[in-house]
Design a protein around this ligand. Structure first.
Ligand code: APR
Ligand code: PHB
Length: 398
């Protein structure tokens, strides 16, 4: 077995692992990433890209902001429609100037990958049998296989950035872990098409036939979603059937602008809320999807991963720069406060915008519509939505 060493071992080369690795390297903290699949496979994942200001600031701090600034779109707000009746949530006015940036997660991941390679930082792609060891000790390690050879990676700390299906969360004993979950009784059918988007910003639609979302990747590439039953398959939705349904759920003026075309990607994803507590165990820290999942309705998945990264990066900087190892005990509590806030907003947006008549009675639907109308009808209500959408400030270390 070949022994290698680093200061922070990172499991997973998704956005969480790559962003953390870049930020740590900027502080001179040595790190190695172990990734199960190839880089191309990671880049093949279709994911949302609505970036909070906190995320944008981190990407800038990591020195990987050039393409985001050149190609990302600044969105001052978004529409919420109830059966075609639109209310504009003016993020910029309601939050004293805060906005969001629309820039695909794949692009962020690509930029981080290229920066990591350019900096000569070590990433083991196609690493298998990754297994954290001795995480409660002062000398944790990870064994793994790569290129047919067995390795032992000795480190000071392990960042589990390995997503919902990774190995890190399971390393915390089941009698220590507390998991909270809600599975939603519907899915999202997503379609990508090289057609001009119906709107320069996003439109979230509550409609009697079900939820729809008009999003975008660029001025020439659209990303659209409709709520579908969990029993549906992609084959049930040929392009023309999708376009007709999507058009029906859009507000009339957007529907009139809709340009249809062949789908270049089509898939159905389930919706889940999930949180694991605690988010650390000894010298193992859970980051991003490894610890929590949100329904995409609030565009919080990537942004909650980023706030975990921000907290862990600042803790690691204090450990190595200020020789303050005890500050690691702050991670889980700080991370979870923001995670639960993001979980609540994503759960609320999902309840407000989707059709639950398959599982809840008509009274629930009327209550949800009435609550959404109440929030949209006042500046105070719109401000609550806006401050959550742009993201609350990151909590400082004690
Ligand atoms: N060993 C090594 N790598 C692993 C293992 C393992 N045992 N298990 C999973 N991985 C890798 C996956 O292949 C993936 O590349 O960890 C990475 C986890 O990446 P993500 O699932 O994208 O999670 P994260 O980086 O936290 O990003 C969160 O992704 O799912 C979206 O909405 C979510 O936008 C959010 C973002
Ligand atoms: C997307 O563009 O894929 C997207 C945007 C906002 C969301 C969900 C998905 O809330």
């Amino acid at each position: 077995m070949k022994t290698i060493k680093t200061q922070v071992a990172i499991i997973g080369a998704g956005p969480s692992g790559l962003l953390l690795g870049q930020l740590l390297a900027k502080q001179g903290i040595d790190n190695i990433i172990l990734e199960r699949v190839t880089g191309d496979y990671v880049l093949g994942r279709i994911r949302a890209g609505i970036l909070e200001q906190g995320f944008v600031n981190l990407v800038r701090e990591a020195g990987v902001d050039a393409r985001m600034d050149a190609e990302g779109e600044i969105h001052d707000g978004f529409e919420i429609a109830i059966n075609g009746e639109c209310t504009y949530i003016n993020l910029k006015e309601l939050t004293d100037g805060q906005v969001v940036v629309c820039y695909g997660q794949v692009e962020i991941t690509r930029d981080l990958m290229e920066a990591r390679a350019a900096a000569g930082l070590q990433t083991y792609y196609e690493a298998s049998e990754v297994q954290p060891l001795d995480v409660k000790s002062g000398q944790p390690a990870i064994t793994f296989t790569h290129g047919g050879e067995q390795y032992r990676l000795e480190c000071d700390y392990i960042a589990g950035c390995d997503g919902f299906h990774g190995v890190s969360r399971k390393t915390i004993p089941s009698d220590v872990r507390q998991e909270y979950e809600r599975i939603y009784p519907f899915g999202w059918l997503g379609v990508m098409s090289d057609t001009p988007p119906v709107s320069p910003e996003l439109i979230y639609c509550r409609h009697e036939r079900g939820f729809a979302l008009a999003s975008r990747r660029s001025a020439t590439r659209s990303r659209y979603y409709i709520q579908v039953p969990l029993s549906d398959r992609v084959e049930d939705w040929p392009d023309e059937v999708f376009w007709d349904e999507f058009k029906t759920r859009l507000p009339p003026d957007a529907a009139a602008r809709l340009v249809t075309g062949p789908s270049i990607e089509k898939s159905i994803a389930p919706l889940r809320s999930f949180v694991c507590e605690p988010m650390q165990y000894g010298r193992l820290f859970l980051v991003g999807d490894a610890a929590h999942i949100v329904p995409p309705t609030g565009a919080k998945g990537l942004n909650l991963a980023a706030s975990d990264v921000a907290t862990l990066y600042r803790i690691m900087t204090r450990v190595y720069r200020d020789n303050d190892p005890d500050c690691i005990t702050q991670y889980s509590d700080i991370a979870l406060r923001r995670v639960w806030n993001g979980e609540r907003f994503s759960w609320w947006m999902s309840n407000m915008l989707h059709d639950f008549r398959g599982t809840e009675n008509e009274f629930f639907s009327r209550m949800a519509e009435s609550e959404l109308r109440y929030y949209l009808a006042s500046e105070a209500g719109q401000k609550v939505i806006a401050e959550q959408y742009v993201g609350l400030p990151y909590e400082a270390l004690k």
